[in-house]
Write a protein that binds this ligand. Structure first.
Ligand code: PEP
Length: 251
C-alpha cells in the first residue's frame, strides 16, 4: 500500500531562526500523526537549523534542489554529497519555478534526479502542464512525456526512492486548484506512463502527490482520491495551522 507523503515547499521563505521557530511551533501539533510522512523542503542555508529543531520528531527536512555534478566550477550550486553529509534525505527536483525562471529542462531534471538517487536521497520529482496545454486538451500527452523524459535511464529499483509531484503549473501559487477529479485523472495518467516504462507493479507502488494551492479546505477531498497519495504544498506550508490541517486530512 502507498503511504501518504505530505511535503511543504518553503521556496525562498524562512531564515534559519524563522524556520526554528516554525518547527518548534508545529512539532507538537503533528506529533503522533503517523499515517503520513511529513517533510519540509527548505532553502539551503535554513536546512541545518530546521533539522536541529526537528530532531526527535516525525518531521523530516529536505532541500529544494540539487546539482547534477559531483563538484567543480558551478557557482551557486550545491551537490548531492553536500546535502547527504548534513543528513538531507529528500530533495525537490524539477519544480515549475525552476523550470520557468531558471531554465531547467527535462534533461537537467533527469540529470539532477540521477545524482540525488545515486547519493541515496529520495526525490520529489515535479511535473505538470501549463494552462494552455490543459485548455488544448493535451495534459495527458504532456505529463506522460515529462514522466518518460525525467525518468529516462532510472531503474525500477531506484523508483522506490522517487515520489512524483503532479503540479499543474496554473494551480501553483494562484489559489486555483485542480478539482479532485482532475487531480485523480492526471495522477492516474502519470501512473499509466509509469506502467508503460516499468510495468504495473512499480506504477502501483509509486507515490504520486498533488500540488497546486492545496490547503486546509481542499486537502481532504483531494487526498480521498485513489491516485492522489499526498501533497506538495507551498503557501499553506508556511502556516502551522493550515499545514497541520492537511496532515490531519491524511490521517
Ligand atoms: C508548490 O510550490 O509546489 C506549490 C504547490 O505551491 P502552492 O501550494 O502555493 O500552490
Amino acid at each position: 500500500m502507498r503511504r501518504y507523503v505530505i511535503a511543504g515547499n518553503w521556496k525562498m521563505n524562512f531564515t534559519p531562526s524563522q524556520a526554528t521557530a516554525f518547527i518548534n511551533e508545529i512539532k507538537p501539533m503533528v506529533e503522533g500523526k503517523d499515517n503520513c510522512d511529513i517533510v519540509f523542503c527548505a532553502p539551503y542555508v535554513t536546512i541545518a537549523a530546521a533539522m536541529e529543531a526537528a530532531k526527535g520528531s516525525n518531521i523530516k527536512i529536505g532541500a529544494e534542489n540539487v546539482h547534477f555534478e559531483a563538484k567543480g566550477a558551478y557557482t551557486g550550486e550545491v551537490s548531492a554529497e553536500m546535502l547527504k553529509e548534513i543528513g538531507v534525505e529528500y530533495v525537490i527536483i524539477g519544480h515549475s519555478e525552476r523550470r520557468q525562471y531558471f531554465g531547467e529542462t527535462d534533461e537537467t531534471v533527469n540529470k539532477r534526479t540521477k545524482a540525488a538517487l545515486a547519493a541515496g536521497m529520495k526525490v520529489l520529482l515535479c511535473l505538470g502542464e501549463v494552462k494552455e496545454q490543459r485548455l488544448a486538451g493535451i495534459t495527458k500527452e504532456i505529463v506522460s512525456m515529462q514522466t518518460k523524459l525525467d525518468l529516462a535511464g532510472i531503474s525500477a529499483e531506484d523508483m522506490k526512492n522517487v515520489i512524483i509531484a503532479y503540479e499543474p503549473v496554473w494551480a501553483i501559487g494562484t489559489g486555483l486548484t485542480a478539482t479532485p477529479e482532475q487531480a485523480d485523472e492526471t495522477c492516474g495518467q502519470i501512473r499509466e506512463a509509469l506502467a508503460e516504462i516499468y510495468g504495473a507493479e512499480v506504477a502501483e507502488a509509486t507515490i504520486i502527490q498533488y500540488g497546486g494551492s492545496m490547503n486546509e479546505k481542499n486537502a481532504a477531498e483531494l487526498l480521498a482520491k485513489t491516485n492522489v497519495d499526498g501533497g506538495l504544498i507551498g503557501g499553506a506550508s508556511l502556516v502551522a495551522e493550515k499545514f497541520t490541517a492537511i496532515v490531519d486530512a491524511a490521517q
